[in-house]
Design a protein around this ligand. Structure first.
Ligand SMILES: Cc1cc2nc3c(=O)[nH]c(=O)nc-3n(C[C@H](O)[C@H](O)[C@H](O)COP(=O)(O)OP(=O)(O)OC[C@H]3O[C@@H](n4cnc5c(N)ncnc54)[C@H](O)[C@@H]3O)c2cc1C
Length: 301
């Protein structure tokens, strides 16, 4: 990750000037405030601000005058109950504001999550940095043969080396041409036009603010094994931050969403037949091949 000395100094200055407040302070979030957690080769996530903590979720659920806290067990139990029963609005009372630096092709996936507030670095106004995502060799993988939307085995030897060579050469060439086009003493092309020549592995940055309910929805989809590795690593970094910020809510999310499975009514019927001792197979399950495979996965087979 590349933070310049100036950027690091700005972060250090912010972290060295605490101010007094009557607002709720979550110690687990405070420790992350402003610091950059590295992700991929040049990316990061930084907590810029937050609102609320576990007690704020209970406070909203109980529509309380005070802190909303009864006892630690009571609070954790209530949060688990809310999560299990999809009672989502108390989780919307907590918010997180992040600064994220990410490759453009990851940003395209991320921006599909519409229930957040975003402000992106302007490549019309500013010049983009010469920073491109080049995967680590272990992440250079072949097209999957079982899943059209995924990758299979890692490419080895000459094939991997050639891919990396092409990625590096094309990124360098595209950026050289970008610079040549925007050079004010040369071609002088507008930045808003010159940027169209840049590849999708260039880095962009944005501020992203989201409430906890929608953040959990994002993490459920993007920290999942089906998500592309390059966005999953951002989601995993966020999971660690959220676990520190709202430990009860995160534990409930981990148990009731991240590690949970959703069965169709047909699957539940098959499971009930199995528990009664009936031999249920793909043929007599009434499920499609794919659903049967997913069902077997849920059963750990
Ligand atoms: C593994 C994976 C593969 C994917 N593949 C593709 C793909 O091939 N092509 C593709 O285009 N996308 C793809 N997506 C993106 C996916 O379809 C969703 O757009 C994305 O995950 C955002 O989810 P969301 O809409 O639930 O989230 P958000 O936009 O944050 O919305 C959260 C919830 O709010 C509600 N909501 C928000 N806005 C509206 C609205 N305007 N109208 C009604 N309800 C709304 C919905 O209930 C929604 O679930 C993929 C996502 C994943 C995780």
């Amino acid at each position: 990750m590349s933070l310049t000395p100036d950027q690091q100094a700005e972060i250090d200055a912010l972290r060295s000037t605490p101010s007094q407040t009557l607002r709720v302070v979550a110690p687990g979030a405070e420790k992350h405030l402003y610091s950059a957690v590295p992700v991929l080769d040049h990316g990061f996530v930084r907590v810029i601000d937050y609102m609320g903590d576990d007690a704020a979720i209970c406070q909203a659920a109980r529509v309380s005058y005070g802190k909303g806290t009864k006892s630690v067990q009571n609070d954790e139990g209530l949060i688990r109950y809310l999560m299990r029963h999809w009672h989502s609005t108390p989780f919307e009372m907590c918010e997180l504001k992040l600064h994220v630096k990410l490759p453009v092709f990851v940003a395209r996936q991320w921006i599909r999550h519409r229930t957040a507030n975003v402000n992106e670095y302007s490549a019309r106004y500013s010049i983009l940095d010469r920073e491109f995502y080049i995967p680590a060799p272990e992440n250079v993988a072949a097209q999957s043969v079982v899943n059209n939307q995924g990758r299979g085995d890692t490419l080895e030897g000459e094939a991997a080396a050639r891919v990396l060579e092409l990625l590096k050469a094309d990124s360098t060439r595209a950026y050289d041409h970008y610079q040549e086009m925007i050079d004010e003493s040369g071609l002088g092309l507008a930045r808003e036009l010159a940027r169209m020549n840049l590849p999708a592995n260039i880095y962009t940055q944005w501020y992203w603010k989201v409430d906890l309910h929608n953040l959990f929805h994002f993490l459920r989809l993007r920290a999942d094994a089906h998500a592309q590795y390059e966005i999953r690593v951002y989601a995993e970094a966020l999971c660690k931050i959220v676990a520190d910020w709202v430990p009860f809510a995160y534990r409930a999310f981990e148990d009731c969403r991240l590690g949970a499975v959703t069965m169709s009514a047909q699957m539940v019927t098959c499971l009930q037949r199995m528990l009664k001792g009936e031999a249920v197979d793909e043929e007599n399950s009434g499920m499609s091949k794919r659903e049967w495979r997913e069902f077997q996965g849920m059963l750990g087979n």
